[in-house]
Design a protein around this ligand. Structure first.
Ligand code: ACO
Length: 323
């Protein structure tokens, strides 16, 4: 039986650090409010970098870690909602930038913060069915472009970045054990960003294309759906909480992460968090955290890693992987 094994990871965050103290000079907020309500202390902000530029850096690092060349890749799936162009996709731009062979398949997936797990699920299905041998799965977002920097209720939450994983179709027990993706479009207006052009003279009354969020509602739905998603992959695989070596949740809010951790009764050291340093990087949050955990030696062969995410759509997803 073929499985999709993650054989290399990479990530990239912009150099510019925006601290909570910096934000105190931009909107009516405080380091104390942001850190106690969210767990975030600073985030990275891209100055002039594109989503595809950040993603290409993460992808190159992942290929290097996998010991592969771009020519080995058959499939590129990118989770993003902040592509620098309406078309072509970030995936096609990466194909060109990295020199991935012509004739490979490359496309983007829109699932906001669940984007990386959506991309992983699609790639996993291609690999297991023999439709591709090696896949590059990327999560990248540049939310600094979507944010109203005068809105304190959202501008303190997000950051920019990219993360990537190389997957290989292999026989054996290691790899993706279960991956589940879900959505409920009825709640689309809990969290959204219009793509409209306010200067289009034929479209009167266009809203500014800024991120809009009902924070309290998002919070409640996130806690519920992440709990369901974790339960689902645990049931699929027969895993018990004590089997889980590391939970890597979407990094949106420390209180949401703690709710997921408590549900599994996991000790703190078995949950990876880095949102204090990067904030919510949307589709990039899980692959950046995974890459850091791998490079810090926190992931060993045959460890069971659980991923869980939620995001605009609304979307939610989970995966269990034997490393
Ligand atoms: N600084 C200071 N005060 C603030 C700030 C700020 N940055 N933002 C809001 N406030 C104020 C509000 O105005 C409100 O004041 P009031 O009581 O006088 O009206 C007060 O703080 C409390 O506001 P709440 O919204 O009730 O605060 P809450 O404790 O719920 O925390 C938060 C807000 C952090 C946004 C929380 O609801 C949350 O994390 N929600 C989930 C958000 C999330 O995960 N989003 C990402 C989704 S993933 C994706 O796909 C993009």
């Amino acid at each position: 039986m073929l499985r999709s094994r993650i054989i290399g990871t990479g990530s990239y965050v912009p150099e510019k650090v925006l601290t909570n103290r910096d934000l105190e000079g931009m909107v009516e907020t405080s380091d104390e409010w942001i850190s106690t309500r969210t767990g975030i202390r600073e985030r990275r902000i891209s100055a002039g970098e594109t989503a595809s530029g950040m993603a290409a850096r993460a992808a190159k690092a992942a290929l290097k870690a996998a010991g592969l060349s771009a020519k080995d890749i058959d499939l590129v799936v990118v989770g993003t909602v902040t592509a620098e162009m309406a078309f072509p996709s970030v995936a096609c731009l990466i194909q060109a930038e990295l020199g991935i062979k012509a004739g490979a398949a490359a496309f983007d997936v829109s699932a906001a913060c669940s984007g990386f797990l959506y991309a992983l699920d699609i790639a996993d299905r291609y690999l297991r069915s023999g439709g591709a041998g090696k896949a590059l799965v990327i999560g990248v977002d540049k939310f600094s472009n979507l944010i109203d920097w005068k809105d304190r209720s959202t501008c303190v939450l997000f950051g920019d970045g990219a993360g990537a994983a190389v997957l290989s179709a292999e026989k054996g027990s290691r790899g993706v054990l279960s991956c589940r993706i879900h959505s409920d479009g009825r709640h689309w207006d809990t969290l959204y960003c219009r793509a409209s052009r306010p200067d289009n003279p034929f479209e009167k009354g266009n809203e500014q294309p800024y991120l809009v969020m009902n924070g309290n509602e998002t919070f409640k739905i996130a806690v519920r759906t992440m709990g369901q998603a974790i339960k689902e992959v645990m049931e699929d695989t027969g895993l018990k909480p004590e089997d889980i070596s590391l939970l890597i949740p979407h990094q949106a809010n420390m209180r949401i992460i703690n709710a997921a951790r408590e549900r599994l009764k996991l000790p703190e050291e078995r949950v990876y968090t880095n949102l204090d340093r990067y904030g919510n990087t949307s589709a990039a949050s899980i692959p950046i955290a995974l890459d850091e955990a791998v490079r810090d030696g926190k992931v060993k062969d045959n460890d069971i890693i659980l991923f869980v995410a939620f995001g605009g759509g609304l979307t939610w997803a989970s995966a269990a992987v034997r490393w």
